[in-house]
Write a protein that binds this ligand. Structure first.
Ligand code: ADP
Ligand code: UDP
Length: 239
């Protein structure tokens, strides 16, 4: 597989074309940003962990019937993926109140929901990724009604699979963000990444944060937290 020109450089990854028009290579960086790019830094080794973790979780989801963009891991930081046209929605699933939910609705972090909360943001940096509902998404023609239904169904199924998996690793999945895309033949598949950058992962015993909130909130021990949560996943996989 030949890596051709860079198509895009985002905040956490670079995307390259390949000699196959249906495939991209994603290259994970150590760069970290928060608050819509206002806070910038690096987390040493993050790219390696996020690449591996995302690939292991996507392979696990595939086995459970979720179609994903994962094709093959190429190196520590690079993965071959199916090229998609990204649906410009950040699909957020919450099991426990945290972050912007707690702030917006004035509830303490840690409130456990009876049912998962499904939320969409418009993936648009210039607008600051505003919250939107299904009617807004349809009015803006971001996706068709059928695509929205497919995305909601996948997101809730992914939540059930990931919650169970992380619980077996001694980790509580508070919330996470997903992105979906359309393949050239019009199917919706899971794209982007699933990692401590995009999930809130809390130690089930102590409540300690093992994710990007350590960076966002200057809690220290950022690299250690990413390494710890990766270690738990690998230990589970080795069982
Ligand atoms: P951002 O764009 O938010 O800064 P990243 O640094 O993670 O994010 O950049 C990766 C970009 O690649 C994102 O915009 C994401 O939507 C996009 N992307 C992820 N997976 C795919 C894929 N399979 N095909 C096309 N684009 C993808
Ligand atoms: N998230 C993300 N990218 C974003 C915004 C949120 O991956 O641009 C993830 C975040 O890591 C958390 C979940 O989505 O796991 C919910 O984030 P929230 O809306 O609480 O936003 P935040 O507190 O990060 O501003």
């Amino acid at each position: 597989m030949q890596k051709l020109k860079q198509i895009y450089e985002g905040k956490a990854k670079k995307v390259y074309g390949t000699d196959d028009p249906e495939l991209y290579i994603v290259d994970y960086k150590d760069d970290a940003t928060a608050f819509n790019g206002l806070k910038k830094g690096t987390i040493a080794g993050k790219g390696v962990i996020n690449n591996r973790m995302s690939n292991l979780l996507m392979q696990m989801l595939e086995k459970n019937g979720i179609p994903t963009h994962f094709v093959r891991e190429l190196s520590e930081r690079e993965t071959l993926v199916k090229k998609v046209s990204i649906v410009p929605l950040e699909v957020i699933v919450r099991n426990i109140a945290a972050g912007s939910f707690s702030k917006r609705y004035g509830v303490a972090e840690g409130l456990v929901f009876d049912e998962p909360v499904l939320e969409f943001s418009y993936k648009n940096d210039a607008l600051g990724d505003p919250l939107l509902n299904t009617s807004h998404a349809l009015a803006l023609k971001l996706a068709t009604p059928a695509e929205i239904e497919t995305i909601k169904g996948y997101a809730l199924k992914i939540d059930r699979i990931l919650q169970r998996f992380w619980a077996e690793c001694g980790v509580t999945l508070a919330d996470f963000k997903l992105e979906f895309g359309r393949t050239s033949d019009g199917r919706i598949i899971l794209a982007d990444e699933i990692s401590p950058d995009t999930c809130r992962l809390w130690d089930s015993a102590t409540g300690e944060k093992l994710d990007k909130d350590r960076f966002r909130r200057d809690l220290g021990g950022v690299e250690g937290a990413y390494a710890e949560v990766m270690q738990r996943l690998l230990a589970h996989d080795a069982d």
